[in-house]
Ligand binder design. Structure first.
Ligand SMILES: Cc1cc2nc3c(=O)[nH]c(=O)nc-3n(C[C@H](O)[C@H](O)[C@H](O)COP(=O)(O)OP(=O)(O)OC[C@H]3O[C@@H](n4cnc5c(N)ncnc54)[C@H](O)[C@@H]3O)c2cc1C
Length: 525
């Protein structure tokens, strides 16, 4: 029995079985054997009315959007194939994003505090033989998903929402005035279907296949980790701080390994993650977990035998260059992980949803009000955002191709060079980046300064990422500049709104939001 099986099979809830299922999925992705779902079709006959304004498939973060919409008076139904219950492991987030729940009236301040399970400061960013820096108030709050989702579920039901648990989405037919949805043997009709079934949503997979036949994920983040007690055995202060991103070794197995550590309500969470492609030869999650257990003592300065493992955590997180995903049909929109709106670096999908929540709720509310539920209109809610697109190259620069011969410490050297410049530029540059927001002025000055400070290191990145990726990135970089400029201009345009029809206003509002969020300028508000 391997070390991973030995440890995971002793943890409550049998995460070993879950790891094997996740590894099965990962094998299918690598071998390209995942079936392409075909659960959505279209029909030209109209419905005789609809039972719901919005049906949301997938209730984990669906309950956040669902509660906001039901509180605005819409008829909302949540479908969940299992039970609507948050995971035991905290979601880490920064205060500003979390506060959105209060700003939108979803929680009171007191309820929000109740959902916070842990808080800490400071957090470290450090790379092998390179930079070490500390920041405050970034991803330093651990939210208890069980409490949060329970609070929201109650609000959702009290406001008149309906929840169907143990009811899996099975298929949908898009019709001119609504969608017929099949779920758990029932037939439901709705004006709009929100697909919130996560990274492996069958609707999102079908939509991607229609837009890019046979497309494989453009990148994968493999993550494994645990929450354990006992880190303070040798050092009482060992759990007073966290790591946002740390490495303490050069490239191994054609991967640069990164680590994260967060104080948690019942111990310390540590993750090992790496960015890779989905080539068939890549390692399994179990193999990465074996490395995690081998390296954890060196990372945290403690013997494995001193730790009491409470939970095991893991994921195969796919990402696609074409993100956010454009709607594949009228009346169906992806939200949450299925939409690809989260950063391809952090994969902090809870944080990303809360950051985008004000514009999503506004956009959906207005779309329902003025009946802008066609593919093109919904496409503006999930429109192109250069701030996400430019982040792609950063992921690419942290990835080592199976046939690439990079210097053993090349990725660490590059990251150290960039973070040294960002640290010297100050918090206004560093903090948005660490919170998944890339802004044009900060990016432009960081690139320029890094180019001067470490020209050889920067030069090595070019052959690593390749010319096509670099050229594509240059387009997104120009897009980020254009969005920033247009967003600044659009901020002055509020007075002329009265002259337009409601549908034109819908388009104007979506463009304004897209420019602001797509340029990362929402961060400054
Ligand atoms: C190890 C790990 C650590 C993470 N840590 C953080 C963190 O600290 N901070 C952060 O912001 N994010 C974190 N994330 C990411 C975060 O968990 C996700 O972004 C978030 O859960 C996305 O929510 P979602 O509702 O979009 O998708 P999911 O969480 O995948 O939920 C999808 C929902 O759809 C349901 N569903 C699926 N298929 C069907 C169907 N056919 N019918 C009905 N329902 C269905 C599922 O049961 C589930 O409830 C982490 C992820 C991992 C893997």
């Amino acid at each position: 029995m391997g070390v991973t099986e030995q440890i995971l099979s002793q943890i409550a809830g049998n995460p070993w079985a879950g790891l094997q299922r996740a590894d099965g999925l990962w094998t299918d992705i690598r071998e390209g054997t995942r079936p392409i779902p075909s659960l959505v079709d279209t029909e030209s006959t109209a419905l005789n009315g609809t039972d719901w304004d919005v049906v949301i498939a997938g209730a984990t973060l669906g309950v956040v959007i669902g509660t906001a919409l039901v509180q605005r008076g819409w008829r909302v139904l949540l479908l969940e194939r299992g039970e609507l219950r948050g995971r035991e492991q905290e979601w880490n987030i920064s205060r500003k994003e979390l506060q959105t729940l209060v700003r939108l009236g979803l929680l009171t301040e007191a309820e929000l505090e109740e959902a916070i399970a842990s808080q800490y400061n400071p957090a470290r960013v450090a790379f092998h033989e390179g930079v070490e820096l500390w920041v405050e108030d970034v991803l330093n709050i651990g939210v208890d998903p069980v409490t949060l989702l329970d609070q929201l579920k109650t609000k959702f039901l009290v406001a008149g929402g309906r929840l169907l648990e143990q009811t899996a989405f099975e298929g949908a037919t898009v019709q001119p005035n609504g969608v017929t949805i099949r779920a758990g043997g029932q037939v439901l009709t709705s004006r709009l279907l929100l697909d919130m079934m996560g990274h492996f949503s069958p609707i999102a997979a079908q939509a991607r296949h229609v837009q890019q036949p046979g497309a494989q994920p453009d990148g994968i983040c493999l993550v494994v980790g645990t929450c354990a007690e006992g880190f303070t055995a040798n050092n009482p202060k060992a759990n007073d701080s966290g790591d946002l991103m740390a490495s303490f070794a050069p490239i191994r197995n054609q991967c640069q390994y990164f680590w994260e550590a967060f104080p948690a309500k019942d111990g310390r969470t540590t993750y090992l993650f790496t960015y890779i492609d989905s080539a068939a030869e890549r390692q399994s999650l179990e193999a990465l977990f074996d490395d995690y257990f081998e390296l954890l003592p060196e990372y945290q300065g403690i013997e494995r035998s001193q730790l009491d493992f409470k939970r095991a955590l893991f994921g195969v997180l796919p990402c696609y260059r074409q993100s956010p995903l454009k709607p594949g049909w009228d009346r169906i929109l992806q939200v949450g992980d299925s939409s690809g709106t989260q950063s391809p670096l952090s994969f902090g999908g809870f944080g990303a949803l809360l950051r985008h929540l004000p514009r999503l709720v506004e956009g959906l509310d207005e779309a329902l009000t003025v009946d802008c539920l066609d593919q093109k209109s919904l496409g503006l809610i999930n429109g192109y955002q250069p701030t996400i697109a430019v982040t792609w190259l950063f992921q690419r620069a942290m990835r080592v191709g199976l046939d690439q011969k990079l210097g053993a410490n090349q990725v660490n050297e590059m990251l150290s060079a960039v973070f040294r410049v960002m640290e010297a530029s100050g918090e206004a540059t560093l903090k948005p980046f660490l919170q998944d927001v890339v802004q044009f002025p900060a990016l432009a000055s960081t690139m320029l300064k890094t180019g001067f400070a470490a020209p050889l290191t920067v030069a090595k990145v070019l052959p690593q990422v390749g010319l096509p990726a670099l050229l594509r990135w240059t387009g997104h970089y120009a897009g980020l500049g254009a969005y920033s400029l247009l967003s600044l201009i659009s901020r002055g345009g509020a007075d002329v709104e009265l002259k337009f029809s409601p549908k034109t206003l819908f388009y104007l509002h979506r463009w304004k939001e897209l420019l602001e969020y797509g340029a990362g300028m929402d961060y400054d508000d």
